[in-house]
Design a protein. Sequence first.
Length: 409
Amino acid sequence: MVALRPLSPLLFGLLILPLGIFVGFTATPLPFLLSKAGVSVEDTANITAIAPFSAVLAVVIAPVVDTLLRRRTWLSLSSIVSGATFAAIFPFIGSAHTGWLICTILLAGCASSMVLAACGGLLAHLLSPGLQSKASGWWQAGFLGGGSLGGGAILWLGHHMSLTAVGILFGGFIALLGIVPLWIDEPPPRAGSGVLTHLVQIARELWGVIRAPRRRWSAALLVSPIGTGAAQFLLPAIAAQFGVGEAGVGWINGVGAGVFMAGGAMLGVLIPGTSDRRLMYAGSAAANALALGILLMARRPETYFFGVTLYLVTNGFCQVWYIALSSEIVGVATQSASVLFSALNALGVIPLMYMIWFDGQGYRYFGLHGLILTDSGAALGVCAIVSATFLLARLCRARARIPAVGAGR
């Protein structure tokens, strides 16, 4: 008999690992291995841009997570399927199997996105607003830190065994993580009232997001080109221009990055949950863009190590506020929490995809400077607009509170 336990914020660091390992793989080992196989930077950008698109497709199937079975059950099943499809990617890495590689990445991404839908529903539906920001910190510590450590381990193991064997090893580990959610104490879903009724309920709650000004503008912020971390998917492919080899990429973008990104994520736990999540998200995104600009200083290994380290730390901190802002938009009382969380994640995937493409085009026409200026310039421009809007709104509220001259006489 399984002993069920209440959901703890700390547990999200483990529940999200299947998704973190997949994204970490597409961010570091995959572009480096493709570059090693002779695939160009532009083609690498096109291949890696496919991975986030699976999150958009997951929105279509996310409604079943809110209705059929418990979310913990879907989380367990999706982890197992994610492990199997993840292992299937590795035999096709190389320029000769681009079509099959894209297909397997898309399948593994869909399974991993179902992990996100189930985790997001659990976070938004079972945790109070005060615990959501702490759970977001642990979420990102597991997602970013675990993904980076996994990426470094994949590169290291690739020296000692075939890529197919590495895929089987990590796929088995991901599948074993499917056991963990079964210990969560979660009430069963409400009795079904028909597919059409449920779709109407989803539409009503989505309309509620659009109608509420705060939730509407928060969702618009998620779809903007800030805090995407898009450059992370191409940094391993340009490491050689800084004199950084395979071992250096494995440490700084892999194993070492796990510590930095997890540390950046844990900084979010220290910030009070009452902070304005929109402003915190924009501010952390601006710091992330400035950190990337350090790579423009010089093409030396130490510049790459320092710039990438700060970029990863600020990226970890930024992603905490992305999850916290998403959970605030969904709301605790929302019945279709998994669907709304998946929809918001899909909104966030859209800027990630187009920024990866724009970064690739910036590199194509202007080289390294074009890549960095494209990524940082777009983020800083939006952050400047957000800051100006915030200050203007405060000024208007302050003027509204000032009584007219001679009032009361």
